[in-house]
Design a protein around this ligand. Structure first.
Ligand code: ADE
Ligand code: ZN
Length: 318
């Protein structure tokens, strides 16, 4: 019909190409993966309108409030197990073969729950998905300070042989600088845990430098590293990858838009990069969608997409 616009996908087979790639998600929060339908399974009294109202936010502090609202719904080991099941089902559908999933262990303690029975429940769920190799990262909440992070590390050490691969810091980097946690990171490393840290997401490259200085071997986000060429050199030389999550960065306001996002420039600088979904339900995304964005928005070629996927396997801690 005259005047009708037919939308032809630029790369019709892109989805299948990306789905088929063996890939891992190294930056993925269990709490942030709770989709509205799963929330309703947990609490059938919540209407979809109420759920969407609580998941709606603007800016990074609004995002953290939504994240806490979701986290509070996880009120039992069974609730954490259901969240794990639904997340692993989604990863399976995307042909994701590996995941290092962050558990906000700091939030569990803050809610007054015990970590051990919750971890037992999620581990029991994860073994039902043998096609996905799963490791767990225990995150402390940085703005709560070192004292609150100590028991998180203690339990991470205790559960290291049961699948906890790393210790990390999440939350508000402006209100909890990485340098506070140097002693704790040393302790974690000596106990055989790997180290990661959110940094350079809402704060500048100095925050990434601090994370590197206390021993982080992967950086969550790290996008502001682009402003510091010397830091880029350090990341290259020490082979420290950035876990880049473009949809997250747009949704939290860390960048103004995808066009302002430095993914392409970071990649071209030669810094190791992996892609992550971060909090897929809160950012309406999936790992597959992040790869699609890399292709369609940032012009990653098939070969570059293959390299991104290979990086995700190469930089696994486990
Ligand atoms: N916890 C969950 N998602 C996070 C993010 N994007 N930044 C900091 N802490 C988080
Ligand atoms: Zn994150």
């Amino acid at each position: 019909m005259a005047g009708e616009i037919t939308l032809i996908p630029a790369q019709p087979d892109l989805h299948e190409f990306l789905r088929a790639l063996p890939k891992a998600d190294l930056h993925l929060h269990l709490e942030g993966s709770l989709e509205p339908a799963t929330i309703q399974e947990l609490d059938p009294s919540l209407s979809l309108d109420a759920i969407h109202g609580n998941l709606h936010y603007t800016g990074f502090s609004g995002f953290l409030k939504a994240y806490i609202w979701v986290g509070r719904l996880l009120d039992s080991p069974a609730a954490y197990a259901l969240a794990t099941r639904r997340l692993l089902e989604s990863l399976g559908a995307q042909n994701v073969c590996g995941a290092e999933i962050t558990l906000s262990a700091g939030m569990i303690l803050w809610k007054g729950q015990r970590i051990e029975p919750i971890f037992e429940a999620i581990r029991a769920e994860a073994v039902r998905f043998p096609e996905i190799s799963v490791g767990w990262i225990f995150d402390a909440i940085r703005q709560f300070g070192v004292k609150a992070a100590e028991p998180v590390l203690a339990v991470a050490k205790e559960l290291r042989r049961d699948g906890v691969v790393a210790f990390g810091l999440g939350g508000d980097e402006e209100r909890g600088p990485a340098e506070w946690f140097g002693g704790l990171y040393r302790d974690a490393r000596e106990a055989g845990l790997h180290l990661t840290c959110h940094a350079g997401e809402t704060a500048g490259p100095h925050s990434v430098r601090q994370a590197v200085d206390i021993g982080a071997r992967r950086i969550g986000h790290g996008i502001r590293s682009i402003d510091d060429p010397e830091l880029l050199r350090i990341l290259r030389e020490r082979d420290i990858p950035l876990e880049v999550c473009p949809s997250s960065n747009v949704c939290t306001g860390a960048v103004a838009s995808l066009s302002a996002h430095p993914l392409r420039r970071l990649w071209d600088s030669g810094v190791p990069v992996v892609l992550g979904a971060d909090d897929p339900a809160l950012f309406s995304t999936t790992l597959l969608r992040e790869y699609t964005i890399a292709a369609e928005h940032f012009g990653f070629s098939r070969e570059e997409l293959r390299q991104l996927a290979a990086n995700s396997l190469r930089y696994r801690f486990a």
